[in-house]
Design a protein around this ligand. Structure first.
Ligand code: BES
Ligand code: ZN
Ligand code: MN
Length: 480
């Protein structure tokens, strides 16, 4: 690419390599196209065997998302080449469009996410090519870079934790095991927690969770974790994650073709736990109440059935029209629980509907909310985090359709607008508490590898929830 001058660290590396980079550039053999990764042999002129030159595209278009993607691609390439030690030369000149802390965040997050691979359960799986050392070379703004790298690594670790949980099969990650993972996380960070077992769930009157869990040999659990980042336990935000450890559909059995993907139906729970991990690592001054209602949705002689009428925690009754619309039942009871615990605002995250994939595709999370200010805050958090969210409407007439002739509500009013109806069913239990719902059915599971993820769980939602906590921390909690 003629005319692209080598600047800053690029120029220094070029000197060390006797002008080889400038020559490659001149010949057009070093594509500057965003995301291009070109290996260059250093032939003993640098301590590293190879230099991976990462294209960042036009400087004026270089934003957080693009820089992060480039870092992800670089990590994938380095992994493929079997690199054990990596030194990333910070792209100061190019990243000057971004504040140094944001650039650093993008680099760390992108590299860690791009490098992630699910290990699985093979008997003779080859040893993991995990890194011995990954370092970042900086010459200016070292303090801001260090803070940003720390932040990016925390966001990525939380996301990786969510991926690991979501990729686990249903026979391994039962509701009990999910509660166990959640409490291990709480203990690691010194957080207070409590796990309600099936008996306690029933005794409290959480009819939605009881109903969904009834058909399974694996009893449901309800995990409560408190993260107190402020001196007083006040102004609490509830994060609720759908924890269906496997969704067969229940008596309204799903078709067999892609049913195995329903191991990921606890992606919302994983997102909440991943976010909590990052928030605790970053010691953000917010108060979070994390709730994980967990159940396996199975058909059996004890399963709940279409036509059943159940009583929810808030006393309202629900006519079951479809046992495959189970997530909203778990979430509704958790929302009631959050309100009773005094939560001032609520976000739930759930792989709730196939319909959201039809509407928005698998790279955009659907947002539904009962409060415009709170919805805007969540949308802004998505922007900060570089996760795509799109708000779906909550017109009053939709609520009318949730009515049942025999009960207060009906859990599946039909095909029309079903991602909205699913969300608003949950929202009906939020009453006047600001509530927002993230439907990650599409975004939490990838059919194809991308620059920041492989096939399978993506950890969608984690970074938006962490960014939201950062916003709450900055505003002192007066978000709405
Ligand atoms: N877990 C599914 C939603 C889902 C579908 C997640 C595809 C990920 C990929 C949820 O419990 C479900 O079955 N939803 C139904 C709702 C319907 C019965 C109203 C759906 O979307 O079809
Ligand atoms: Zn489900
Ligand atoms: Mn279902």
């Amino acid at each position: 690419m003629e005319g692209v001058p080598l600047e800053g660290e690029g120029a220094a590396l070029d000197v060390a390599l006797d002008g080889q980079l400038a020559r490659l550039l001149q010949e057009g053999d070093l594509p500057a196209r965003s995301g291009a990764v070109t290996p260059v042999y250093t032939l003993g002129k640098l301590p590293a065997k190879r230099l991976l030159v990462v294209g960042l595209g036009k400087p004026e278009g270089l934003d957080f998302v693009r820089l992060r993607e480039a870092a992800g691609r670089a990590a994938k390439e380095a992994r493929k080449l079997g690199a054990r030690k990596v030194a990333i030369v910070a792209p100061h000149e190019r990243a000057a469009m971004l504040p140094p802390e944001r650039a650093a965040h993008a680099v760390a997050e992108g590299f860690c996410l791009g490098a992630y691979r699910y290990r699985g359960f093979r008997k003779n799986s080859e040893p993991d090519v995990s890194w011995e050392a990954v370092s970042v070379v900086v010459n200016v703004d070292a303090e801001a870079w260090e803070a940003g790298l720390r932040k990016g690594a925390a966001y990525a670790s939380g996301t990786v934790l969510a991926r690991e949980l979501t990729n686990l099969p249903g026979n391994v990650l039962t509701p009990d095991a999910l509660a166990q993972k959640a409490t291990e996380l709480a203990e690691r960070h010194g957080l207070t927690y409590e796990v309600l077992d099936a008996e306690a769930i029933a005794k409290l009157g959480m009819g939605g969770i009881v109903a969904v869990g009834k058909g399974s040999a694996q009893p449901p659990t309800f995990t409560v974790i408190r993260y107190q980042g402020r001196p007083e336990w006040a102004d609490v935000t509830a994060y609720i994650g759908k924890g269906v450890t496997f969704d067969t559909g229940g008596i309204c059995l799903k078709p067999r073709e892609n049913m195995h993907e329903m191991i990921g139906d606890m992606g919302g729970a994983a997102a909440v736990l991943g976010a909590l991990d990052a928030v605790a690592a970053l010691k953000l001054p917010v108060n979070l109440l994390a709730l994980i209602p967990a159940a396996e949705n199975s058909p059996s002689g004890t399963a709940f059935k279409p036509g059943d009428v159940i009583t929810m925690l808030d006393g309202r009754t629900v006519e079951i029209r479809n046992t495959d619309a189970e997530g909203r039942l778990l979430l509704a009871d958790a929302v009631t629980y959050a309100r009773r615990q005094g939560a001032k605002r609520i976000v739930d995250v759930a792989t709730l509907t196939g319909g959201v994939i039809v509407a928005l595709g698998d790279e955009v999370t659907g947002l539904i909310a009962n409060d415009d200010a709170w919805a805007d805050e969540v949308l802004a958090a998505g922007q900060d985090a570089g996760e795509l969210l799109w708000r779906l409407p909550n017109f009053p007439h939709y609520y009318e359709k949730l009515k049942s002739p025999v009960a207060d509500l009906n859990n599946a009013p039909g095909r029309k607008a079903h991602p909205i109806m699913g969300g608003l069913f949950v929202g009906a239990f939020a009453e006047d508490t600001p509530w927002a719902h993230l439907d990650i059915a599409g975004t939490s599971w990838a059919d194809q590898a991308g620059p920041l993820h492989e096939k399978g769980a993506t950890g969608a939602g984690v970074r938006t929830l962490v960014a939201l906590a950062e916003r709450l921390a900055r505003s002192g909690g007066e978000a709405e």
